[in-house]
Design a protein around this ligand. Structure first.
Ligand code: NI
Length: 160
């Protein structure tokens, strides 16, 4: 089932999401629907708050690879940062160059409740950091510097 994607400035995007205690059928169905929604929107990542569920879950879609992460936590970040362009399904048409750590290590659960502990770099690391931010009510516009925010104020106002 394709879900409706919530757009900025809906306040649910600012809420910190709750940890998932039990991975039941409802959670599994939600993850499946989110993957379907993500594919149809041709995005790379989608976090549960973006479909109106304030719970700690996000999905990734890299071509053949579909991944579900539950209760994710970043346990390590590289000091080295890089600037990459990001988009967000909650901000259609807005693409921003954002500086973030180049490599991360995360801990999460998969849909079977098994622990995942993995390092990511490049685009994977980028999308994962963006999605984990969503789970904490942080949006990519918040990651801009003060000056960049000011410069982009008009641009943001025009697309949202
Ligand atoms: Ni996003």
């Amino acid at each position: 089932m394709i879900l409706k994607i919530i757009k900025y400035p809906n306040p649910i995007l600012r809420k910190k999401s709750k940890k998932i205690e039990i991975i039941d059928r409802k959670i599994k169905k939600l993850a499946q629907d989110m993957l379907e929604t993500l594919k149809s929107a041709q995005g790379l990542g989608l976090a549960a708050p973006q479909v109106g569920e304030s719970i700690s879950l996000f999905v990734l879609n890299f071509g053949e690879k579909s991944l579900v992460f539950i209760n994710p936590e970043i346990i390590k970040k590289s000091k080295k940062k890089e600037v990459l362009e990001e988009g967000c399904l909650s901000f259609p048409g807005l693409f921003l160059k954002i500086k973030r750590p180049k490599e991360i290590e995360i801990k999460a659960l998969d849909l079977n409740g098994q622990e995942i502990k993995r390092k990511f770099n490049g685009l994977d690391a980028r999308v994962i950091q963006h999605e984990i931010d969503h789970l904490n009510g942080i949006l990519f516009i918040d990651r801009l510097s003060w000056l960049e925010k000011l410069k982009l104020k008009k641009k943001i106002a025009a697309v949202v």
